[in-house]
Design a protein around this ligand. Structure first.
Ligand code: PLP
Length: 494
């Protein structure tokens, strides 16, 4: 039996895992979602001694069941290698009454590396399986982080080419250097004279341009997307929840079978949705605590059942969570409505037309698994300071949002089950914010803050920022928004 992935908006749109990965988004606008829970034998007395790669193999073979064993081995060994600065890949650190699951040991020191390091291999393998031998071209507009993580993942992967557009004046100094120093013959970085929306709009236009598509096909190339709605990004995220639970059993902090809470700093709802699937395949989960910053749409949604995006967008110190429409929530809605595509489609239309939807007749047993809360900017900074003073450990602002929401949750609910704080970025990615929270002083410059952070925490400066100031700038192209397509055609020799 092959696991069926169905579009959340059309009962008739059913595909296998590799088809879902190759297509990315369903053509009806829905998201491909597993219709049933695959059988996985999670024996934690054995898994506690398994490597990250072995856990990945177990989980991926269950969800991506049209891949052969050899194909999965190829993808996993190429993804989770020395790109990560620790063989544990995702280490768990005990801090007082919480466990921080560090998902920032990959090339760009943030959690997107966990999935973007394997996606290129899943994508090219899926293409082969579907008899597609075109070169896969990833086209991305980025406001800073995703573009770099995607490039790091796709750099020098055979059969792929990646082109990233970023707003010339819209990214931080560190973000810009991270992108312009990217190595890999198949990576292309272009600054545009415009903002992120301009870049995003023209990338979308190119994806849908029929003439451009024909030109690409004539050259045996095709576009594909690396965005977080792709099944190839969602499923690899299930792995570290299983791995984290196994580590807790191994350390003796819990007994096999004890329930554990997970607090997830949430933006697009991809990471916490992966936690839900981990629970479905058998990880003993107490609560999944959805943590937001001041853009607290999800907190309100879990409290009231109404998703209302009609509110001011706030710019915070945890920018990867500054989101008003959490795309991946659509998959949970689909499950909450008994896997009904018709009902899900209706709610998504309500969101488009009226800016909100109301959940009715939702599966209470699923809703009961979730708790939600948000942290203000002030609370987030105070949490960075609290953790530093108690444990001499510095959290990044995204992780601190989760940590603050958890402290508030445990105090108010009295639930003191062991809790994992999903730690999505290294503080070295946001050094000025982290240092200011601890010392009360602004360092003035990203690189000065990196040094100060090192003095305060004693944690080695990761390769992702060490030496960045001196690294060779390899990408210098700047184009007007109107010339983005020309840049693409030049790179691809069209
Ligand atoms: C992307 C991101 C998030 C949000 O994850 P989602 O899967 O979109 O909910 C949180 N923290 C960091 C550092 C991120 O990069």
């Amino acid at each position: 039996m092959t696991l069926v992935y169905q579009s959340t908006r059309d009962d008739n749109n059913k595909v296998t895992a590799s088809q879902a990965i190759l297509q990315g988004l369903a053509t009806d606008g829905g998201l491909f979602t597993p219709l049933t829970t695959p059988e996985v034998n999670l024996d934690f007395n054995q898994l506690k001694d398994a490597s990250y790669q072995e856990v990945a193999k177990l989980v991926l073979s269950a969800f991506l069941d049209d891949f052969t064993e050899e194909e999965l081995d190829y993808c996993i060994t190429n993804a989770y290698d020395s790109k990560f600065d620790t063989p544990a890949i995702a280490p768990l650190v005990k801090l007082g009454n919480q466990y921080n699951l560090e998902l920032f040991h990959g090339s760009t020191i943030a959690f997107k590396d966990m999935a973007l390091s394997i996606l290129p291999y899943l994508l090219t393998t899926s293409a082969k399986k579907q008899g597609v031998d075109n070169k896969i071209v990833i086209l991305t507009a980025t406001s800073g982080d995703t573009g770099k993580a995607a490039m790091a993942g796709f750099a020098d992967v055979p059969g792929t080419e990646i082109i990233v557009f970023y707003p010339k004046d819209g990214v931080s100094k560190i973000q810009k250097l991270q992108m312009t120093t990217q190595t890999g013959a198949n990576t292309h970085v272009v600054a545009i004279e415009g903002n992120f929306d301009d870049a995003q709009t023209d990338v979308k236009r190119m994806f849908n341009d029929v003439d451009l598509r024909a030109k690409l096909l004539a050259n045996k190339t095709q576009f594909s997307s690396a965005n977080s709605m792709n099944v190839g990004r969602l499923i690899p995220q299930v792995v570290y929840y299983v791995y984290a639970y196994a580590q807790l059993v191994k350390s003796g902090d819990i007994q096999n079978g004890d329930k554990v809470n997970f607090t997830v700093p949430t933006g697009n709802f991809g990471n916490i949705l992966a936690a839900y699937y981990a629970r479905q395949i058998g990880v003993p989960v107490g609560k999944l605590i959805c943590a937001s910053n001041e853009n607290n749409v999800l907190t309100d949604f879990f409290k009231t059942g109404t998703y209302d995006k009609k509110r001011a967008f706030k710019v915070t110190t945890s920018p990867s969570m500054d989101i008003l429409v959490s795309s991946n929530l659509e998959r949970l809605i689909f499950h909450l409505l008994g896997n009904s595509a018709a009902k899900t489609k209706q709610l998504m239309e309500d969101l488009d037309n009226a800016g909100e939807y109301k959940l009715k007749d939702a599966d209470q047993s699923i809703l009961d698994l979730f708790a939600a809360g948000f942290a203000t900017e002030k609370e987030t900074a105070a949490e960075i300071k609290r953790v530093y003073e108690e444990s001499h450990y510095i959290e990044d602002p995204h992780t601190a949002v989760a940590s603050a929401v958890y402290q508030d949750y445990t105090e108010k609910s009295g639930d003191n089950k062991p809790t994992v704080i999903v730690s999505t970025a290294s503080p070295y990615k946001f050094p000025r914010v982290a240092v200011a929270a601890v010392t009360g002083k602004d360092s003035g410059d990203d690189f000065a803050a990196v040094q100060k952070l090192h003095e305060l925490s004693g944690v080695a400066i990761p390769a992702a920022v060490d030496g960045l100031e001196e690294a060779a700038v390899l990408h210098k192209t700047v184009v007007a928004t109107a010339d983005m397509q020309k840049a693409v055609e030049d790179y691809l020799g069209l």
